[in-house]
Design a protein around this ligand. Structure first.
Ligand SMILES: [Zn+2]
Ligand SMILES: [Zn+2]
Length: 238
């Protein structure tokens, strides 16, 4: 199935069908992320980033399920905005889709850095972001252990970018995949990227697993997600 045909299929669904599709899709993303996390942690166990693994608590599971439900809600809101013309999805040539992926990543990287630093403000941190940092090391579902407002904030930021910039459907799917991959690897508790990446002038700017692990160990540094550029420029890189 081509990407435009896939989006035609999405557009032809009823609201009830899209709600069911979003719930199924986001549940699969939660399962796939947890499995990938466990696989990477086992495969790269000789390069651990933490002395111990964070135990998975009942509270973690509840928050991960709530995050999955809220991510589905964001997908439903996004679909409705698209159906009503507030979000525009294009199907340009491959090179334009590649440019759109970069635009989407740069915009989200900036927005997430700003919101993450705000989330560490003493007035906001205790009630919003402290729960994520109860994970002083990480487990397979740490990515989803977030306050519900954090999940909705990420969704609102993403939908805002999509309302401002018409993006390629391929780029949107690629961005969503990359976002889950970065989030999963960032909470894998091991470093799967080869050591020579850190010596390459371009690759070393990518937000590696040890980069986000560093944020869990030292919450006053490493606020970025996909790149280290903003932390490097603003003096918060550890
Ligand atoms: Zn984290
Ligand atoms: Zn944080």
């Amino acid at each position: 199935m081509s990407i435009p045909t896939l989006f035609d299929w999405f557009a032809g669904m009823t609201l009830a069908q899209w709600v069911a599709f979003s719930l199924a899709g986001n549940s699969m993303i939660l399962g796939a992320s947890a499995m990938l996390c466990a696989c990477v942690a086992r495969r790269c166990r000789e390069r651990p980033l933490f002395a111990h693994q964070q135990p998975i608590t009942r509270g973690d599971v509840v928050l991960a399920v709530v995050a999955t439900l809220l991510n589905s809600l964001v997908a439903v809101v996004g679909w409705l905005l698209w159906q009503r013309g507030w979000v525009q999805i294009t199907h340009p040539a491959w090179w334009r889709s590649a440019v759109d992926v970069v635009i989407f990543l740069i915009a989200m990287d900036l927005g997430m850095y700003v919101f993450h630093r705000l989330a560490h403000h003493p007035w906001i941190y205790p009630w919003l972001h402290a729960r994520h940092h109860t994970h002083v090391s990480v487990n397979a579902i740490s990515l989803f252990v977030l306050h519900p407002f954090e999940v909705l904030g990420f969704g609102a930021l993403m939908l805002s970018v999509m309302m401002l910039v018409p993006l390629s459907g391929t780029a949107v799917l690629a961005y969503l995949t990359l976002n889950v991959l970065f989030g999963t690897l960032g909470h894998a508790g091991v470093e799967p990227f080869p050591e020579w990446w850190s010596r390459n002038v371009l690759l070393r700017e990518i937000g590696s697993s040890s980069f986000h692990a560093g944020h869990h160990q030292h919450p006053a540094s490493n606020f970025g997600f996909y790149t280290k550029i903003r932390d490097r420029l603003l003096g918060t890189l550890k």
